[in-house]
Design a protein around this ligand. Structure first.
Ligand SMILES: C[S@@+](CC[C@H](N)C(=O)[O-])C[C@H]1O[C@@H](n2cnc3c(N)ncnc32)[C@H](O)[C@@H]1O
Length: 252
């Protein structure tokens, strides 16, 4: 035993697994106070690690593992966004997204789905215009706020706690699917949305611009009603200019 400990000491600590990296980040995240700025939470973790003497290479590796795990782990997404929505300094507009307003303008109200609805500003807007709205979000805190905002506005919405990869979109069900500031949509999302939309239904999408137009390419099987790539003050972090892409794509 003594020999083993001596050898382990000489060789350094055994390499940590990706799961260990993730678990330790989640423990850290759970202990953090609410913070309206998700970017600040990641920066604080990085700073804590550096302060504890972890080398920059190891910190970079850990951050990359954490970023990958966020793509598939509901728990992390929920804890992170619960912290953000419990924060006292919201960094988002409470008015609806201009693209959603314009997409709804010339359409007869029908069934709408709001993916990653957040505090429900677009859901509430559509419901107030007569749409039958379902919204979902992995953050229970976000869903609570969305429901309360709907009540305050005197409208009803169906609000569900779920991630995009666990929600059942169904078939021929929606006249509009809204995805604003949630994720870059993929070709797999385009396939799911095509099946889920009724004929004539639209996807209304806004997010930070990707460099190779991957979202536009993913939706080329749809009728592209509108596509823009603009430098603008986005609805999230409206204080600074960013490049964003906006898409309205119709199942024709
Ligand atoms: C920047 S906010 C945008 C909220 C809302 N769409 C809006 O425009 O106000 C991002 C939202 O996406 C949600 N989200 C993050 N990952 C998600 C996922 N995998 N599936 C569904 N929603 C997700 C977060 O919980 C958060 O509410």
């Amino acid at each position: 035993m003594a020999v083993f400990l001596l050898l382990a000491g000489l060789m350094g600590a055994p390499p940590e697994s990706d799961q260990e990296i993730w678990d330790s980040f989640i423990r850290w995240l759970q202990a953090q106070p609410p913070n309206s700025h998700p970017g600040e939470l990641f920066a604080a973790y990085r700073a804590d690690e550096t302060r504890r003497g972890v080398s920059q290479d190891v910190v970079n590796h850990r951050m990359a593992v954490i970023s990958d795990f966020f793509q598939t782990r509901r728990k992390g997404t929920e804890i992170l966004w619960d912290k953000v929505f419990a924060g006292s300094d919201p960094i988002f507009k409470e008015t609806p997204t201009a693209l959603v307003v314009s997409a709804a303008e010339n359409r007869r109200p029908g069934a709408a789905l709001d993916v990653g609805m957040g505090q429900g500003r677009n859901s509430v807007y559509l419901a107030a215009r007569g749409w039958d709205v379902t919204g979902f979000d992995p953050s229970a805190q976000a869903v609570r706020i969305a429901q309360s905002n709907a009540e305050k506005a005197g409208v009803r919405i169906h609000a569900v706690v779920a991630r995009d990869d666990e929600f059942d979109y169904g078939a021929d069900r929606w006249d509009m699917i809204v995805v604003t500031y949630v994720k870059d949509l993929t070709i797999n999302d385009a396939r799911i949305f095509w099946r889920a939309l009724k004929p004539g239904g639209v996807v209304v999408y806004v997010n930070g611009a990707d460099s190779d137009n991957a979202v536009l390419k993913a939706f080329l099987g749809f009728r592209i009603v509108r596509f823009e790539d603009v430098e603008t003050n986005a609805d999230w972090n409206p204080g600074r200019k960013t490049r964003e892409q906006r898409l309205i794509a119709e199942k024709d």
